[in-house]
Design a protein around this ligand. Structure first.
Ligand SMILES: NC(=O)c1ccc[n+]([C@@H]2O[C@H](COP(=O)([O-])OP(=O)(O)OC[C@H]3O[C@@H](n4cnc5c(N)ncnc54)[C@H](OP(=O)(O)O)[C@@H]3O)[C@@H](O)[C@H]2O)c1
Length: 427
């Protein structure tokens, strides 16, 4: 029986889950593949660290280059994270004709271009299902299941940390700070949560997904991003009163004018399936010409779930090696669709203001919206505190540039004391 020899870069959370899964299902995998998978080399930073999944000491090395250059290694599994040295290691593996399985969204979102070009040139395979939404097989779905269809829209809750925080604020009325602290205590948020709460992690994932969904090379900087910092529990409660739930959405849409690509908190109608995605779970809602609407839902991270999907990539890669088949479309970039500037996109808004409570103020504020072509759907006075009143507006969809111009002018009006929230509405 031929053996496919694996070289791992990293033996952390995901790598341990992957190896445990391969070991647990060893018998079934051998039958499915008709060959055995053998771990022959593993790079780590610390040789002495205790491991969730232990491997024989003589397989370990502190030099990741040893793994990618080892002639014995057939398949490189990159689960170290970061871009340096991960990117160069992946390129080196391709140069020596080795296929690579990776779960590294950062390297893909930043250097996808270079990596896809390199793998095309060498004929090796590149598999990265684990890089987006943990265990949800969305990469495979977009590459294969939609290959004969046309994706019109893709909307995801792709970051478990922020969804956990927003769920805790929504259901338990916690403040952002409290919910974040709890997420950190439970291990759902990093000590430095910047990437998650500023939306950068979701931005990377959307770049990868949009690439596949719209067959266009999407650069990270093409994706508009705004995180959930500054979101207040009060607005989640107000949103509920209007029949909405606040979520951090990663949205991609194909329009006649080009692609719309944006990540920001958004009010989602309670009856939309994405509104029901709670806690650390992830989901991707896809609307396509032929198949209609579909939602992919499941665990977006974690050792076992991500490990299991990475194991599936390893099997696919191994099968392709055995049968000498090329990886089906590492990149599907057939077009070069333009990306619409955010300012031109029409979006409805939820806006909460604290204003002077006296006659004529409401008309003045409404006039400002009107002059900027922002039309109002609903306005509600929420509370009065002494001489100040709190007002919530829901607008009809209006050009982002016009909404921003009206907000800038409103902030300068003496009758408008503050605008604590201006949140976009999805749909
Ligand atoms: N965690 C998740 O749930 C999840 C989900 C989806 C995707 N991912 C992605 O999967 C990748 C791995 O994440 P993880 O959570 O498993 O990370 P992790 O637990 O921090 O593991 C990283 C591993 O890589 C090793 N490593 C890092 N830099 C190295 C270097 N320069 N040379 C040699 N070894 C090095 C570390 O060695 P030491 O152990 O000795 O420090 C560690 O074993 C990342 O790209 C991440 O974005 C993670």
């Amino acid at each position: 029986v031929r053996k496919i020899k694996l070289g791992f870069l990293g033996l952390g959370v995901v790598a341990s889950g992957t190896l445990a899964c391969l070991q647990r299902n060893r018998e079934a995998i051998m039958r499915r593949l008709g060959c055995e998978l053998e771990l022959v080399r593993v790079a780590v930073r610390n040789l002495e660290a205790p491991r969730e999944f232990s491997v024989p000491r003589d397989l370990l090395t502190r030099d990741p280059w040893e793994v990618v250059r080892d002639p014995e290694v057939d398949l490189v599994v990159e689960l170290m994270g970061g871009t340096d040295p991960a990117k160069e290691l992946i390129l080196e593996a391709f140069r020596s004709g080795k296929s690579v399985v990776s779960a590294n969204k950062e390297v893909l979102a930043k250097y996808g271009d270079e990596l896809f070009a390199a793998v095309e040139a060498t004929g090796a395979g590149f598999y990265f299902e684990g890089s987006v939404c943990g265990a949800i097989p969305i990469v495979r779905a977009l590459k294969q299941s939609y290959a004969g269809d046309k994706v019109l829209e893709l909307v995801g809750i792709v970051n478990g940390t922020t969804n956990y925080i927003l769920t805790a604020m929504d259901e338990e009325g916690r403040s952002f700070e409290e919910a974040l602290a709890e997420a950190q205590r439970l291990g759902y948020a990093e000590a430095d949560p910047t990437d998650d709460i500023e939306g950068f992690d979701a931005q990377r994932k959307l770049a990868i997904l949009a690439d596949l969904a719209f067959a266009t090379r999407v650069n990270l900087q093409d994706v508009f991003v705004e995180g959930i910092k500054g979101v207040q529990a009060k607005d989640l409660a107000n949103a509920r009163d209007f029949g909405y739930v606040l979520k951090l959405l990663a949205m991609g849409k194909a329009t006649d004018e080009g692609l719309e690509l944006r990540v920001h908190p958004a009010l989602v109608e309670e009856k939309h399936p994405l509104a029901a995605v709670r806690g650390v779970h992830n989901a991707v809602f896809v609307r396509s010409e032929g198949m209609g609407e579909m939602m992919y839902y499941g665990p977006g991270a974690g050792s076992e779930p991500t490990g299991a999907i990475v194991a599936a990539d390893i099997l696919e890669a191994a099968r392709n090696l055995i049968h000498e088949v090329r990886n089906a479309t590492p990149c599907t970039c057939l077009y070069d669709l333009p990306v619409r500037p955010m300012e031109e996109i029409s979006i409805a808004y939820y806006i909460r203001m604290v204003v002077e409570d006296r006659p004529g103020v409401l008309a003045q504020l409404a006039d400002c919206f009107g002059r900027h072509s922002v039309s109002i759907k609903t306005v509600i006075q929420k509370a009065v505190n002494g001489s100040a009143a709190e007002i919530v507006w829901l607008t009809h969809p209006a050009k982002e540039a016009d909404v921003q111009a009206s907000l800038a002018e409103l902030r300068r009006l003496p009758s408008c004391k503050s605008i604590p929230a201006a949140l976009r509405v999805y749909g």
